[in-house]
Each structure stands twice: as C-alpha cells, then as structure tokens.
Design a protein around this ligand. Structure first.
Ligand code: MEV
Length: 326
C-alpha cells in the first residue's frame, strides 16, 4: 500500500486578488490529508473510494486524477482518504487531496515527476473544480510546504517556477520566514459554516462585472500584500497585523465575508496583532496573528467559533517511506 500525505494551508494575504494574477502569501499548516492507495485483489471494473464504488459526483478531484494519470491502466484501485483538514473551510483540503492523490498515482506508476510537475497537475484539477478560475496558491503550498509567495514578477533566489492559466501568469516563490514572525502564532477560528470556493470565486467575478469599481479593492489587496511581504522580510509583526486588518476590509467589500467571520475577526483583534478571513470566505475560517495565542483561541471559542493554534511552515507532500512497495 502507498501512503501519501499533504498539508492544508492558510492564506496570510492576497486571496481572491491572486485569482486575477496579483500576489498572495500562504503558509502550510500542521493539518494533513492522507491518501492510501492499494491494488484491488480481485478483477473489477470500478475503483473503490473509502469502501464504496467511486462516483464522479462525490469525488471530482479523484476522478480527475485517475483520468489524467491512471487512465491507461487496467488495474482497479482501492483509495482511502482521511483528513484532519476541515472541508470547505478555506484551509486547502481540496488542494491537499489533489496534491496527495496526484503524488500517489504518479508513484504507483513509477513515473518520474518533480514537485513542480505535481503542483502543476494538481492546479489543473483545482481549476477544473473551480470553473476554470483558480490560482496555483493552494496547490503550490500543499506540494512544497513552508511559506509560498505568488508574485507577478520573479524575486531573486526565492523563485521556484512560473505558472500560467489562460492569460494569467504567476511567479511562484518559496519564502523563508523571519525568526520574529515564527515567534508569533497563527490562531485559526472556524465559523462552522461551509463555504464553496468555486461559488465564492465566481461570485467575485460576477460582482466585478456588475460593479467595475470593485477593481479598486483588488488593487488595494495587491498593494497591501506587497506591504505585507516587506513586513515579513523585516520581521515586523505589528506591520503585518495591520496589513491583515486592512486586507479583511477589502475582502468584505468584495462580498466574501459574512457576519460570523466578522464577529470572530472582531473578538480576535482584541488580543492579537491583526485578524482577517482566510481562503475563499463565505463561512469557513479566519486567522489571527497573535503573541497571546491561548487568549485569542479562548475568545474565539467564547464567541462561538472553533479555535486551533496552528504550527505553520510544515513539510509539503510526502510519501511514507515504509509504504513504498505498491
Ligand atoms: C482559496 O483558498 C483562495 C482563492 O484565492 C481562490 C484561488 O486562489 O484559487 C479564493
């Protein structure tokens, strides 16, 4: 059996604007999704996912991966997926699934592919699932781990590769976090409401068409993310927190926040340096940058959210060494 795991992520700055080619910054988090793949022992015509015959409606990312990577194989598979990453919460669970399943199937076929190839293949699955509109932010962060910066130009030695989708182009960088930044904690607050990334991304597109002035909010997020990157390079936690607060206001203007997110952001700000929604919004999670993580987490819980003090910048996708024989 092959065992693969990939981490979730949280976006510190730049979600939604990144879909339009602007920069964004994300870190991997210590919540992982696990995929186990084994050969079915008896002859069969169907793959089995978590003990049930695979249905396209329930497993679009897995179907995409099998069609793309496994299509010319007769061998049917048992695929088991388990995850610590809450689904539809803005924490990258579908990207982690795309990255982990792509990595597992590539390994099972003994194909020689780099992490760049894997993140590219997984990005294609995400774009399919999001109606053609997806940045490579989530899949790159899950594949490489650490801290990933998407920018619109190459930034020196941190550059990994370029990625295009239609007319959009992103330069992907792996970013080293300043020690000062590592001294702070990221506290995640989950509203308990499920948000669909595809719906939120398409909602922003529609609102931009109806109200072209909203492009100012996309531009403002672009400028804030650049300021946030400088704050991170300088280890300036206060500046980073302030930029996160402003980023949240522009996400509100884009219509991707909700009362539950705003309430958790407001309470978390009382004990933290800054707080904002993270990911697609419409429910899901917010994050706070805090040097008092226990208090911030407590206040999030008292306000009705589920809190999680996360370790960030963890390892990207990995194959369990003891499971290499397929
Ligand atoms: C979702 O985690 C982040 C969005 O910016 C969508 C994307 O980047 O594809 C909302």
């Amino acid at each position: 059996m092959l065992k693969v795991s990939a981490p979730g992520k949280c976006i510190l700055l730049g979600e939604h604007a990144v879909v339009y080619g602007h920069p964004a910054l994300a870190v991997s988090i210590d919540m992982r999704l696990n995929v186990n793949i084994s050969k079915q022992k008896v002859k069969s015509e169907f793959h089995v996912v978590n003990g049930e015959l695979m249905k396209s409606k329930n497993h679009p990312h897995i179907i995409n991966a099998l069609d793309d990577i496994w299509s010319n194989e007769d061998q049917m598979l048992n695929i088991n997926v388990s995850s610590e990453i809450p689904p539809s919460a803005g924490l990258g669970s579908s990207a982690a699934l795309s990255v982990a399943i792509a990595t597992g199937l590539i390994k099972a076929k003994n194909m020689n592919k780099s992490l760049e190839d894997i993140s590219s293949i997984a990005h294609k699955f995400e774009a399919n699932a999001q109606g053609g509109l997806a940045s490579p932010m989530d899949t790159s962060t899950s594949a490489h781990g650490g801290c990933i910066l998407l920018a619109n130009k190459k930034l020196g030695e941190n550059w990994l590769y370029s990625r295009t989708l239609g007319e959009k182009k992103w330069e992907i960088h792996s970013f080293e976090l300043h020690d000062e930044i590592k001294n702070a904690s990221i506290v995640i607050g989950h509203t308990g409401i499920h948000g669909s990334t595809a719906e939120m991304v398409l909602g922003v597109k529609k609102r931009l068409e109806e109200n072209p002035n909203l492009i100012n909010d996309i531009e403002a997020i672009n400028a804030l993310t650049k300021r946030g990157v400088i704050a991170i390079e300088n280890g300036d936690l206060e500046a980073l927190g302030a930029v996160m607060n402003l980023n949240h206001s522009h996400l509100q203007n884009l219509g991707v926040s909700c009362k539950e997110l705003d309430d958790l952001v407001a309470v978390a700000r009382e004990t933290s340096l800054g707080a904002k929604l993270t990911g697609a919004g419409g429910g899901g999670c917010m994050i706070a940058l805090s040097i008092n993580p226990t208090e911030t987490a407590r206040d999030i819980e008292l306000a009705g959210g589920r809190s999680y003090i996360c370790k960030f910048g963890v390892e990207g996708v990995k194959i369990d060494e003891n499971s290499m024989i397929f």
